[in-house]
Write a protein that binds this ligand. Structure first.
Ligand SMILES: Cc1cc2nc3c(=O)[nH]c(=O)nc-3n(C[C@H](O)[C@H](O)[C@H](O)COP(=O)(O)OP(=O)(O)OC[C@H]3O[C@@H](n4cnc5c(N)ncnc54)[C@H](O)[C@@H]3O)c2cc1C
Length: 328
């Protein structure tokens, strides 16, 4: 059988996740360099409806893998079922999402297939005649290019980077249904617990002051709150690290695994600008970043770059603002 580019669809609660269409866009970009057929695979206990939806909205051929025991996502099941299927489809490239789910099964699948696994892919380019994938290193400060070898390459693709394609196809893709019996031996999925609804106000705020690890310690959130108080309709948010450390609640987290926000003004304080954070705030109206490292990646997407120690700069800024206001 000829080689192909395989996309592993991601879905939750009976709905296709947006990242699936981004993966298809990534596969189409790969196809420009190597004209292989694309197949999208979707796994679950009842996925035929979603498979048809993808086939109709993308024009790509789909394999719907129906496994009655796969009511919930299970990494072991994905690894075993895909190992079996990918052998049959002789895949050259496999595109999975760089999400908790993709990161759970993709490396294990690569081991099972003796394939390469490249994570956090942000672009596909040609360099010196070979196809390369680009991935950021050191919080986006440098970009590494990996040429794709002769083995199967499993890529986890960063969400929010590839734009889903506008439909330009003649007919919906074909849907092939495969029924498989599967019993996991080592793990049982108990389900997913929904995070508490966002009551932090970051979704509605016009101004967001976001704290990163650069604030140094939880007490310095006080400066961040004081800065937020300068603006009406403002809210305090944070990077994932700040939430992981318990300095802010998870409902305040901005990024790929947190909230996506589009305030008029986003003030990033002590945030490096990792792609997972940036994908949740890059569409803000105006971005100001305060960071003591002039090479911080956040400056690449900022309208105003303040290279200062935030613990010195923010109090002076607030004081100056108050003086300015009292003289008006
Ligand atoms: C699957 C996955 C999902 C993820 N999802 C998210 C997500 O949704 N949201 C998210 O934010 N991250 C997410 N991350 C984590 C992300 O990769 C980064 O690790 C995180 O965003 C970094 O947070 P930070 O910028 O606060 O910290 P750091 O990267 O440590 O940056 C701290 C910055 O502060 C600066 N600094 C230090 N001291 C000062 C000072 N005194 N004054 C001014 N600047 C200072 C430093 O120069 C540095 O640039 C995810 C990671 C993975 C793998």
């Amino acid at each position: 059988m000829a080689s192909s580019i395989i996309v592993i669809a991601e879905h939750l609660d009976g709905r296709i996740r947006q990242v699936t269409y981004e993966l298809i866009a990534c596969a189409v970009k790969l196809q420009r360099f190597e004209p292989l057929p694309i197949k999208v695979m979707i796994l679950g206990d009842d996925v035929v409806g979603m498979a048809r939806e993808i086939a109709e909205s993308s024009g790509q051929d789909i394999v719907a893998v129906q496994a009655p025991t796969l009511q919930r996502y299970n990494g072991e099941a994905y690894r075993d079922l895909l190992q079996n299927l990918l052998g049959q489809y002789h895949s050259t490239y496999v595109c999975a999402a760089h999400t908790s789910q993709g990161l759970d099964f993709a490396p294990a699948l690569a081991v099972a297939l003796a394939a390469d696994c490249i994570t956090g892919v942000e672009d596909i380019v040609e360099k010196d005649g070979s196809i390369c994938v680009a991935r950021p290193l050191y919080g986006g400060k440098i970009i590494a290019y990996h040429s794709l070898g002769s083995k199967t390459s499993i890529l986890t693709v960063q969400p929010g980077i590839f734009k889903p394609l506008e439909c330009e196809f003649q007919a919906p893709g074909a849907v092939e249904i495969k029924s498989m019996i599967y019993e996991s031996r080592q793990s049982v999925s108990l389900g997913l617990k929904q995070a508490a609804a966002d009551t932090s106000g970051i979704a509605e705020a016009k101004v967001i002051v976001a704290a990163g690890r650069g604030i140094g310690e939880a007490q310095n959130l006080d400066i961040i709150e004081q800065l937020a108080n300068v603006f009406p309709r403002s809210a305090v948010a944070g990077s994932r690290i700040v939430c992981d450390m318990g300095w802010l609640e998870y409902k305040c987290q901005v990024g790929v695994t947190g909230a996506t926000v589009t305030p008029e003004l986003y003030l990033a304080c002590g945030i490096s600008g990792a792609v997972q954070h940036v994908s949740g705030m890059r569409n803000s109206g105006f971005i100001v970043a305060i960071n003591k490292d002039p090479a911080a990646a956040i400056f690449q997407i900022s309208d105003v770059c303040v290279v200062e120690d935030l613990t010195t700069f923010i109090p002076i800024f607030i004081e100056t603002y108050k003086k300015f206001k009292s003289h008006k």
